[in-house]
Design a protein around this ligand. Structure first.
Ligand SMILES: C[S@@+](CC[C@H](N)C(=O)[O-])C[C@H]1O[C@@H](n2cnc3c(N)ncnc32)[C@H](O)[C@@H]1O
Length: 266
């Protein structure tokens, strides 16, 4: 079966919103601290979505950068283009599928980034080789994605609620095991940085908003647990009961996001 890894705009926005409201740490500040961007950088952000990282780079460098964001989703790019009006369209946004050859010259970028996107690639070594090709010698590739220990509480609650094994997720099952070794083999050096952000919920509602958005967005991946709308609602009810029970016992639900930042130099 071919799995369609594309996400829906609305579900992604809901998850980002929950992170912002209930997390205590700012992932963009961490990313900028790891990257130490230099003025006048030429940056390509792949799988840019609505442009979150592109706008962070732009503001950090006070506009002194040449930034291009690319994505396969027209809807998300349109959101980015709308927001880009605030920068007087200083950032370029382009439709690009990272499973196809990048229509770009080699050796031109100081930084290529792919945040929460690279593990959707059909052929990871091929896409990473394209990223390597367009970087300048000495240029850097930065990727982010979930580490295997990411969101332990979320998976524990689903396991308890359904009594079934969690199917492999493209992020946590592919990111650390496949992307990091490929970066090590293609680049002259590679290092890992870890970001941990506990999302603290004092009621089950925001946890359920997150769970619904996450499981509906990745519906095809969860097909061993749910297929129909009815099954989806039954699983949500069972999850809510387990979450409620844990909240009553512990007084709080803490779901920790564990993100790896992999930084490699060409
Ligand atoms: C979780 S979102 C991350 C978006 C953004 N980097 C952020 O952190 O807000 C994953 C992104 O990867 C994009 N994506 C998935 N498959 C892609 C492909 N084949 N080519 C380009 N982008 C792709 C999706 O459209 C989506 O915008």
């Amino acid at each position: 079966m071919k799995i369609d890894f594309e996400e829906t705009t609305d579900d992604l926005a809901k998850r980002i919103n929950i992170h912002e409201q209930y997390g205590s740490r700012d992932i963009d500040a961490w990313m900028l601290d790891v990257l130490q961007l230099q003025p006048d950088s030429k940056i390509l952000d792949i799988g840019c979505g609505a442009g979150k990282q592109c706008f962070s780079y732009f503001h950090y460098l006070n506009g002194d950068a040449d930034i291009t964001g690319t994505d396969v989703s027209r809807d998300l790019l349109n959101e980015a283009i709308e927001k880009n009006k605030q920068t007087h369209n200083a950032i370029k946004f382009q439709l690009m599928d990272f499973n196809l050859p990048f229509l770009m010259a080699s050796n031109q970028y100081d930084l290529v980034s792919a945040c929460f996107a690279i593990y959707y690639a059909q052929d990871i070594p091929w896409t990473l080789a394209e990223m390597h090709r367009v970087l300048k010698p000495g240029g850097r590739l930065f990727t982010t994605g979930p580490m295997p220990s990411n969101k332990q509480l979320f998976y524990d609650i689903i396991k308890e609620a359904t009594g079934k094994a969690i199917p492999p997720m493209p992020g946590s099952s592919r990111y650390e095991p496949q992307i990091y070794p490929t970066m090590q083999s293609l680049f002259s050096k590679a290092e890992q940085h870890i970001f941990e952000n506990p999302l603290t919920f004092t009621s089950v509602e925001p946890f359920m908003v997150y769970t619904r958005a996450s499981m509906s967005e990745d519906r095809k991946l969860w097909n061993t647990l749910l297929n129909t709308h009815e099954e989806f609602e039954q699983v949500m009810q069972a999850i809510q009961q387990v979450a409620q029970k844990r909240l009553a016992k512990d007084g709080v639900l803490v779901m920790t996001k564990v993100v790896g930042g992999f930084l490699a130099t060409k």
